[in-house]
Design a protein around this ligand. Structure first.
Ligand SMILES: Nc1ncnc2c1ncn2[C@@H]1O[C@H](COP(=O)(O)OP(=O)(O)OP(=O)(O)O)[C@@H](O)[C@H]1O
Ligand SMILES: [Mg+2]
Length: 503
């Protein structure tokens, strides 16, 4: 950084004295993690509850559907039994008593007549196993051949003989839960048996008074298909509810997983910040010490270099050894003085004195100052187009220093000839200045480090040029972007806020 030594500002901004207080590492994140763990457990408990709820709901709806279907079948059976009772009385009992004097089903003609009536009524209906019992339990009529004349002592038959209303029995070939897993439910697995007291119709007495008992009617219906429908309905409810629960639970898990990832990222960032904070704290402490020392040695260094310069002039004709020694003292003192000044510029940046600065003029001044270097290295400069007002709000000296550092870097990068292209453009309220050179560009592995203080690839560099530029731009509300041009060479972009146009 060969900028001529500048006056160092008396009003040096002192680095913050306060030490950063460290928050206990991730106390908030720990709490967040616990909350997420709780949410996860809550999620599993909710899933379990939802599954239980689905099972209970499906079982309740299934049993309601089954009950409704069985009720329907019972109503049908009651109607059929009433109708049979009425028809048997009118079409069989009365004619039999009239023609034969009494009912005797052992006589084939009576049995045949009764069979004809029953077959005509039940034909096409899902009814089978129809029997008529005498008072003593003897089967007097049956649709099953061979049964008439035999005895069966069914509790429901004895009960029906005393009852007024039909008695229903559900005969299940397997437990209901087992049928839940059968597909399809086999015919005759579930049967509804109806036992009904056959009575002489009481046409004269009050409607509540029943006539004398003639026998007991028994028949069955296969309700397996109805039960199967109820089971299918129950299965559908279960599947739909479980599917819904599954979707809800998956969404919940996704949400928790995302939150966990976000929390992990936050914790990682927190750790990095804490590390950075520690590092900065250490560096700030060291910086304060070093800045103090640098400040102390700046004045003696200035005296050494000016004394050496004076002696050089005075002993211009002296022997070559003396001149060489004086020259070395002078150059080293100047170099050291430059390094100290750079360091102080970086460590204790000057407060900007804001005003309207014409960047075009500023760059022209810097280029004029660097003209010997440019011609010495055979570097051509493509300047911004015709002069347009490029006023930015800033400190003239500081901005000059920033542009000078960028320009000297480009010149140093193009050792044997090259072209430096400078362009200006406006973007919204910002002025963008870009510097493209035809040097080797920033090595990819250095790009992240070149803004670190003291990073240099040059033998006589301090590595403070770009950090100083960065600091100057930051106090001006501007930015610095370093990249490599696709065509080769480095590209340094600077943005600065434009000055308010007045009058
Ligand atoms: N235009 C450029 N082309 C290629 N590399 C560059 C360019 N400008 C900067 N660099 C790289 O960035 C490093 C840091 O630059 P910086 O200006 O901060 O320090 P320096 O130039 O090395 O030292 P000083 O500025 O004190 O002379 C340089 O050493 C160089 O490797
Ligand atoms: Mg430099």
């Amino acid at each position: 950084m060969g900028l001529p030594e500048s006056d160092h500002p008396p009003e040096i901004s002192s680095p913050a004295e306060g030490r950063p207080t460290l928050v206990p590492p991730s106390a908030a994140s720990q709490q967040g993690r616990r909350s997420l763990g709780f949410a996860r457990s809550l999620g599993w408990v909710t899933l379990l509850l939802l599954i239980i709820l689905a099972a209970v709901l499906s079982s309740y709806l299934g049993s309601s559907a089954r009950k409704t279907l069985i009720d329907g079948q019972q109503r049908f059976a009651t109607l059929l039994a009433d109708y049979l009772n009425n028809q048997l009385y009118l079409r069989f009992t009365l004619p039999a008593v009239r023609n034969f004097g009494r009912i005797a089903l052992s006589r084939p003609e009576q049995y045949y007549a009764l069979d004809q009536i029953i077959q005509s009524i039940t034909n096409g209906l899902q009814v089978d196993g129809l029997r008529i019992y005498a008072h003593d339990g003897t089967i007097t009529y049956s649709t099953i051949p061979g049964e008439p004349g035999t005895q069966r002592s069914l509790p429901s038959v004895a009960a029906a003989a005393k009852a007024e209303d039909p008695i229903f029995d559900l005969e299940a070939g397997m437990p209901y839960w087992q049928a839940f897993f059968q597909f399809p439910v086999k015919a005759n697995t579930f049967r509804l048996r109806t036992t009904y007291p056959l009575r002489i119709e009481n046409r004269l007495g009050s409607s509540e008074e029943k006539g004398p008992l003639l026998g007991v009617l028994e028949f069955s219906q296969d309700i397996s298909a109805d039960i199967q429908n109820a089971i299918r309905f129950q299965q559908l409810v279960l599947v739909v509810t479980l599917f819904g629960c599954g979707i809800l639970f998956t969404l919940l898990l996704l949400f928790i997983r995302r939150a966990e990832r976000a929390l992990a990222d936050r914790m990682e960032q927190e750790q990095l910040l804490i590390l950075e904070l520690h590092q900065n704290e250490k560096l700030a402490g060291m910086g304060r010490v070093v800045a103090g020392i640098a400040h102390e040695i700046r004045n003696p260094l200035g005296i050494i270099s000016s004394s050496a310069e004076l002696l050089l002039k005075r002993y211009a004709g002296a022997d070559s050894v003396t001149t060489r020694i004086l020259q070395a003292i002078y150059e080293e003192a100047r170099r050291l003085s430059r390094t100290v000044n750079d360091f102080l510029d970086y460590a204790r940046p000057k407060q900007p004195r804001m005003g309207a600065v014409d960047i075009h003029t500023l760059i022209s001044q810097a280029l004029a100052f660097l003209a010997p270097d440019l011609t010495g290295r055979n570097i051509g400069v493509i300047r911004p187009q015709a002069h347009i007002a490029c006023l930015v709000a800033g400190d003239k000296d500081l901005l000059y220093r920033a542009f000078y550092n960028i320009l000297i870097n480009s010149i140093q990068a193009m050792e044997h000839a090259g072209i430096l292209t400078i362009s200006l453009s406006f973007k919204n309220n910002m002025l963008e200045v870009s510097f493209r050179d035809t040097g080797p560009g920033f090595p990819a592995e250095h790009l992240q480090k070149v803004l670190d203080p003291f990073f240099t690839t040059k033998d006589d560099g301090t590595g403070l040029g770009l950090p100083i530029v960065n600091g100057i731009l930051a106090v001006h509300g501007g930015t610095l972007t370093l990249s490599n041009d696709p065509a080769g060479g480095a590209c340094v972009k600077v943005t600065l806020p434009r000055a308010e146009q007045s009058g």
